[in-house]
Design a protein around this ligand. Sequence first.
Ligand code: TXA
Ligand code: MG
Length: 315
Amino acid sequence: MVKTRLTSSAEEAAEFIKSGRLVAFPTETVYGLGADVFNEKAIANIFKAKQRPSDNPLIAHISDLRQLKLLAKSITPAAEKLIDKFFPGPLTVVLPKAEEVPLIATAGLDTIGVRMPRHQLAQDFLRFCHTPVVAPSANLSGKPSPTDWKAVYEDLNGKIDCILLGEVTEIGLESTVVDCTLETPVILRPGAISLEELRKIFPEIRLFSVNLKEPVRSPGLKHKHYSPQAMVILINSTQEIEDSEDSRAFIGLSEPKGKFDLIKLCNSVDEYAREVFMFFRECDRKKINKIYCETVEEKGIGLALMDRLKRASVK
Ligand code: TXA
Ligand code: MG
């Protein structure tokens, strides 16, 4: 057990990174669990604290574009366009890795994911660190990503050195990950930067699908993700909900009929995306058996939300 320090000071939190320790910090997407990208021992501790499979690479976070050259061997033309348009923001570009980046950070890959958060406290923290910070989501592997610091505390108190306290995250789903090492970039994970927005720059861009007969380019995709303990059931209409004695919950946009122990009615798909992981955790705390999730149209952030819901529903 380590003593986990809770602080609101970006400067204090950065001191932990500089001394090779682990800090959870807020971003606009979800909370991340950070370590110095050049400190192999600290990175090994990230994998240990999260119980993360060692074949799942980490995203490096930067506060300044000049840090890109510490991480990437080259900035491909595709990445240049995306960085220009979407940095800082909820987008990760995958680039050829620089020699100096330890392989443990990228799980042995010769590429590295890089992102510049637009969240003010995250930017302050990263600036004080004076080094890029690798950070997966700050949850135990397999659990829903943390969208508030209490979720981080629930999973990692006593396992990490510091939590930088921020607000509930604005987006609630992880960044869009785009592989920019190919001539036409490919979306490895949908997120708040939508397929439609990306198509305006790359009309040919497509979503990587594990059904396609090609090797998995993003190892994280094959791992089980985002799952509450409860069974997650996707429904296209609230009419599909059957009567049952189970303790159950509902999240969606339209009011369900019948008895529920917990209901989260969202006013928009944005709100649904922001709330879903926190709702899953609340359901687990209340020992709910079944969570009914209303499906949404797969456009805008709806594509990312449906991606996470589908993954959560696979048992
Ligand atoms: O919004 C986010 O991206 C958050 C915040 C903290 O920045 N981070 C996050 O990290 O979601 P994580 O580790 O939970 O998810 C990273 C995803 C995984 O699916 C991983 O496989 C993929 O990005 N990834 C990372 N580096 C990659 C690489 N070099 N090539 C392909 N995929 C990569
Ligand atoms: Mg994660």
